[in-house]
Design a protein around this ligand. Structure first.
Ligand SMILES: [Zn+2]
Length: 127
């Protein structure tokens, strides 16, 4: 059997396409959450892809009146490590690690949550 140049290209395209499909499927199955989002005052302050949470992340944000919040995140989840805040509800929330969960610090106007679509699909199917 002798392949013409055009045939080889078609075969190559098919191989690459199926490779992408397999890769996409693989990522879709193993990584269900896409970003950790920290909002301050209604604006996105920081967005960390969950793939970067393999290493411990620490986010320190300073506010007026010497207030601050220390957020820690890694593969197991995200939590408020330390905060100057009247009610400390944000710290009492504990660890969040999936879409739908959030940590809110009303006094400092901080919202921490995960965003991504694949996890929501999984949640809907999980019933
Ligand atoms: Zn708070």
């Amino acid at each position: 059997m002798k392949l013409k140049k055009g045939d080889i290209i078609i075969v190559l395209v098919l191989v690459i396409a199926s490779g992408f499909w397999a890769l996409n499927n693989y990522i879709g199955n193993t990584r269900s959450v896409d970003n950790l989002v920290v909002e301050v005052n209604g604006e996105v302050y920081k967005k960390i892809p969950t793939s970067e949470l393999k290493e411990d992340q620490h986010i320190h944000i300073d506010f007026e009146n010497n207030r601050y919040i220390d957020i820690a995140a890694n593969e197991s989840g995200t939590w408020v490590e330390d905060v100057i805040c009247p009610d400390k509800l944000c710290q009492k929330t504990g660890v969040i690690n999936k879409i739908g969960q959030s940590i809110v610090c009303l006094p400092n106007k901080v919202v921490i949550y995960y965003e991504g679509e694949k996890n929501q699909e999984i949640d809907n199917v999980a019933y």
